[in-house]
Design a protein around this ligand. Structure first.
Ligand SMILES: Cc1ncc(COP(=O)(O)O)c(C=O)c1O
Length: 476
């Protein structure tokens, strides 16, 4: 198991496996893959494939570990706002609500889902680069803090708050310059270039010069209360010091805004972007191995940067909000597929294992994201071949390239590890494929938390205009 394994939370029942992939997922004594007390072979037989499986224990464990890493290192308040986009299933949100987590909602629908499960609106933030009037209204009516991403958003928020006679907490999404990251490189999530170049090129945030003007305008708006600065450094690398650079620049901004306007910072919202590693590798091109620092090192770097910079600038320590997505939900999930056609081309040393899982279901796999793949029913068997694991789409649909796997036959099961984040929430219907079901496992119990899509769900959204019907079916 990787270095994340040092943390144990009271009240959680940790299973014991002969080999662990995470605290709650591993290979059992029967040589099958298990999620908590459920044999994955039984889950596939009961619920069919392709199938997503989420471990409730792992979700609770990850949340608590992340929360404790920050709460024990920061002398002011700490709010963990789960990035709902990484897995916006209702069941996941219910579990996190029970744990006391807040949330980052991106857009009206995610905010609606979070409110529907009873997430404390005071622990939600609304992010987004082009917020709609209905979205702002939902946030204002429910008391959700809005991170302003553009000057014109302010007018809409001010008008909505005035009309509805509500007090609204707002933040500013900063567009940091991140000059110390000019020569730091990682995954190219926002186009080519260093971390600084990518961060400057993306669409989010307000440049510093406009921020001061924004603050002055907010201060004149009676219903609006500016409480935070926010920033999200995407998952481009796993060096905690790069996130410390971000935190430091945010504090520097807060001090400069104070000097220009007298405003005082209540919260720093540090966004998400942190990760986890494993010896089997995960992440962009498999960059996250066992050398990936654990949550505690990330918290140490970031909290230290905030503390030191606040001291240096004479600022009171703000409360922290952190918006982890992948680091909480990623290793909670696996995806299972059944093996179908097997093909080989010995002259070129090529082999293909076709499965019913696809890059529609695991979109990140199509963008060079590495997921460890094993056979769920032959999890202990020694690798005997190298093959590409491919889905049924008309694209190349490569889930894993040149993977070492045991001999497989039609009907065997394969599993991708770490698919709990950005898989179900980004799943697509290309080739009119149906999206999989999800089961939530808690101990020996497995319950369906997302129904498998039906052909009628896909076909039912299409409409044929009457004039086309008339022509298609006109008497010849
Ligand atoms: C504003 C914001 N916060 C948090 C996250 C979560 O990022 P991650 O899942 O990498 O932690 C994202 C991801 O896109 C984001 O845009």
């Amino acid at each position: 198991m990787n270095d994340q394994s040092r943390y144990v939370s009271e009240g959680l029942r940790y299973p014991k496996f002969q080999r662990h992939f995470s605290e709650f997922i591993g290979i059992g004594d029967n040589g099958h893959l298990w999620v908590e007390g459920c044999d994955v072979v039984d889950l596939a037989a009961a619920h069919g494939t392709p199938l997503y499986v989420i471990s409730e224990g792992q979700l609770r464990h990850n949340y608590r570990r992340f929360r404790d890493a920050f709460a024990s290192r920061h002398a002011e308040s700490v709010e963990i706002l789960f990035a709902n986009k990484s897995n916006n299933a209702l069941a996941v949100r219910h579990i996190l609500n029970q744990e006391g987590a807040g949330g980052d909602a991106f857009g009206l629908q995610e905010m609606y889902l979070a409110l529907l499960t009873g997430t404390d609106a005071k622990k939600l933030v609304l992010n987004g680069s082009n917020k709609e009037p209905a979205e702002i209204e939902m946030a204002v009516l429910n008391g959700v803090c809005i991170n302003i991403d553009a000057m014109e958003e302010l007018d809409l928020i001010g008008e909505t708050a005035g009309r509805l006679k509500r007090e609204v907490d707002v933040g500013i999404r900063a567009k940091l310059e991140l000059k110390p990251l000019e020569n730091r490189f990682g995954a190219e999530l926002h186009g080519p270039g260093s971390l600084a170049v990518q961060a400057r090129n993306h669409k989010w945030g307000m440049p510093f010069s406009q921020t001061v003007e924004l603050v002055k305008r907010i201060e004149k708006m009676p219903h609006l209360h500016l409480v935070e600065l926010s920033y999200h450094l995407s998952r481009m690398d796993n060096d905690a010091d790069d996130f410390a650079v971000m935190a430091r620049e945010m504090v520097q901004w807060a001090a400069l805004i104070r000097d220009a306007t007298g405003w005082s910072l209540r919260y720093l919202d540090l966004g998400g972007g942190w990760t986890f590693g494993r010896p089997e590798k995960c992440g962009p091109d498999g960059a996250d191995d066992e050398s990936t620092p654990p949550f505690e090192d990330y918290a140490e770097a970031v909290c230290g940067a905030v503390r030191d910079e606040c001291e240096a600038r004479g600022l009171a320590l703000p409360g922290l909000k952190i918006e982890p997505g992948r680091s909480i939900s990623g290793n909670c999930g696996i995806a299972i597929g059944s093996v179908g056609t097997l093909k080989e081309w010995p002259e070129y040393g090529k082999r293909w294992v076709n499965v019913d899982l696809s890059t529609n279901h695991i979109p990140a796999a199509a963008a060079h994201w590495y997921f460890h793949i094993l056979s769920a029913n032959k999890a202990e068997a020694a690798p005997e071949q190298i093959a590409d694991i491919v889905g049924p789409l008309c694209t190349i649909d490569l889930l894993g390239e040149a993977r070492e796997i045991p001999k497989l036959v039609r009907g065997d099961l394969i599993a991708l590890i770490d698919t709990g984040a950005y898989s179900e929430s980004r799943a697509a219907n290309f080739n009119a494929q149906l999206r999989p079901a999800t089961v939530l496992v808690s101990g020996a119990e497995a319950e369906v938390t997302t129904e498998r899509e039906r052909l009628s769900d896909v076909a039912g959204r299409f409409r044929a205009p009457a004039r086309l019907l008339a022509e298609s079916f006109a008497a010849q």
